[in-house]
Write a protein that binds this ligand. Sequence first.
Ligand code: ARG
Length: 258
Amino acid sequence: MKLLKSVTRCAAVAVAMLGVALHADARPLAAIQKAGKIVIATEGQYAPFNFFQGSKLAGFEVDVAEAMAAKMGLKVEWKALSFDALLTGLKQDRWDMVIASHGITEERSKAVTFTEPHYCSGGVIVAKDAAIRTAKDLAGKVVSVQTGTTYLENVKKVGAVKEVKNFPQDTDARAALASGRVDAWVTDRFVAMNSLKADPAAGLKMGDFLFIERIASAVAKGNTSLASELNKALAAIQADGTYATISKKYFNEDVRCK
Ligand code: ARG
């Protein structure tokens, strides 16, 4: 009986340790290659980078990630989640990679490992009033942004802003401006251009950059085997014209970092 108990206890400890081991290490490249499939998470509410076309994910980042995976000989299993869940899920090993227009920041770099950037852009000021164009025009104004973004961080740095309103989705931050609940919306330059074109009747005008940033995919902190293979794949699609074709399709220009 005593022996049985201690055997059971040993087994329990072993299982627990295995659990910890599995949890602490993100799937390294070899495991992903063995499965033949990489699990990638994105948001799906951020056109033209990641969005739903009916029930299917589409967008620049979806195409770029698919092309990178193809270079690596892998299939993609997509997951779509709210923006604020994406980087956290890497830590919990729920997916291998996130591609959702994350700007490379010092803070985020403490929690995840970024790949090389897949595009360069920045946050712009969008307003109905053509007089609201620059950071100093935001003085005394109410500004909408998506929660957890670099837009929030950077608008907060503009001291004289009256109020920053947070929305779980960037599309809601846009809607707040369109319906006149806020004076300005800060979002990505290409998202703004896309939205102005899609709905000219909303009367939104694009102002200046508030800041610029380098946008990259992320993998679990320290998963360097995967990050370096993704970097190789990105370099390869940038060299062979695939990236340029995808970029042209969505932006009519090449958005890679120069
Ligand atoms: N570029 C911004 C950031 O780094 C916004 C990203 C928003 N992405 C999205 N899929 N909604 O925080």
